[in-house]
Design a protein around this ligand. Sequence first.
Ligand code: GDP
Ligand code: IMO
Ligand code: MG
Length: 439
Amino acid sequence: MANLIVVGSQWGDEGKGKIVDLLAKEAKIIVRYQGGSNAGHTVITNRGTFIFHLVPSGILYRGKLCVLGNGVAIDPGGFIEELDGLIAKGIKVGRNLVISHRAHLIMPYHKAIDRAAEEAKGARRIGTTGRGIGPAYVDKMARIGMRVGDLLNPQGFKRKLEDNLVEINSLLRHIHKTNGFHVDKVYEQYMGYAQRLQGYIADVSLLLEKSINQEKPILFEGAQGTHLDIDFGTYPYVTSSSSCAGGACTGTGVGPTKIDAVLGVTKAYTTRVGGGPFPTELIDEIGENLKAKGQEFGATTGRARRCGWFDALLLRHAVRVNGLTSLAVTKLDVLDGFKELKICNGYRYQGKLYKEMPEDLDILANCTPVYERYPGWTTDTTGITAYKALPAQAKRYLDRIEELTGCPIDMISTGSKREHTIILKSPLVSKKKTSKSRR
Ligand code: GDP
Ligand code: IMO
Ligand code: MG
């Protein structure tokens, strides 16, 4: 039995959905703890391709409980659409889904502010997903947020909405020169959502405690990634939530002593969507190759992902700030056929060598990566499920990732399907030693 946090170790899209779906088989509860429908988690099974934005990636199994914790920002309209999409595909959605009374709601004005603020930033824009995430968390921190529980109290909901719209409409009309929102229209729309969602609302912390007492394993599904975290990411080019492992506790109401292990998901190379520094980015043919072979287009916005070499500094930072107990390395198959592979193990900036992630964004934006070179492999690794079947060069590459990060690899993903995975050890058991002995 173990309660496991699955967290992105890079800039998101590491393949968390695939890994969570796979591990969900062994868990009882799968819970999202932060972010919102900015996330796009892809799961491919013999029932088809699913892209989850808010619904946890465990929903495809029967007998599992899927939960949205208080740390999630819920766009109720998008959420209902997602549920309807699943129901249309024959997936059971009902008593197997719970949303926290304390979770904050994304309001239509959050999306409007998100778009307008990005436009106003011009070249310095973050490249957000436009889902209203930043403005919703701003309201949460400003203590004027609308919460899921407010949907159950129509009068209170309307009063809060009226108060909020005074300031927000002024901001939209006078600063952003765009349209404001009408109280009654938003109220009616959200009361419609309330009808549909009221049956799912519960005290998530209490529910998870019961499960912990019964020793039922909980899987915490991180969205985004370590370097998009509001505190530990490449601020300000980040999202507005705590995507690191710590967010799993504050985002669900489970204490840190109840967490057994933290699995970091990382691609065998690096990608990023949106703006911000990316030292190992490849703006050349190799980068284009990675993009084409890895199908690197965003699951939420369809935007092309920027691609680059694996960066050990990003990972060492992720191991530290999340307390990672093991790694899942995904998309190894995408590296098939590259003559030479590079791993960044330092940044050079103004004559100084950095071996750890610099906190200063200017350094990150202007440094030169220092690379180690490794021979590639020519054989096809797609779908390999046994470690011993990997080419020697791939094993060497993976060994070096373990050495440079100081973190054992438990899982290696060799394709987008559920079964395209090498499982060296189930990360649902915590441990610290390296994985070489397990091969
Ligand atoms: P998430 O946001 O971390 O869940 O990741 P996304 O779903 O946004 O992006 C990961 C993409 O890579 C998806 O299209 C997955 O189907 C795909 N994927 C995951 N693991 C592998 C793998 O090992 N090999 C290949 N080729 N594709 C993978
Ligand atoms: P998953 O869970 C990759 C990025 C956006 C932008 C920045 C801020 O699928 O890994 P936001 O809309 O959150 O205010 O945008 O964060 N971003 C992601 N990038 N994967 C994600 O989620 C992301 N969610 C947000 O591109 O740069
Ligand atoms: Mg994604």
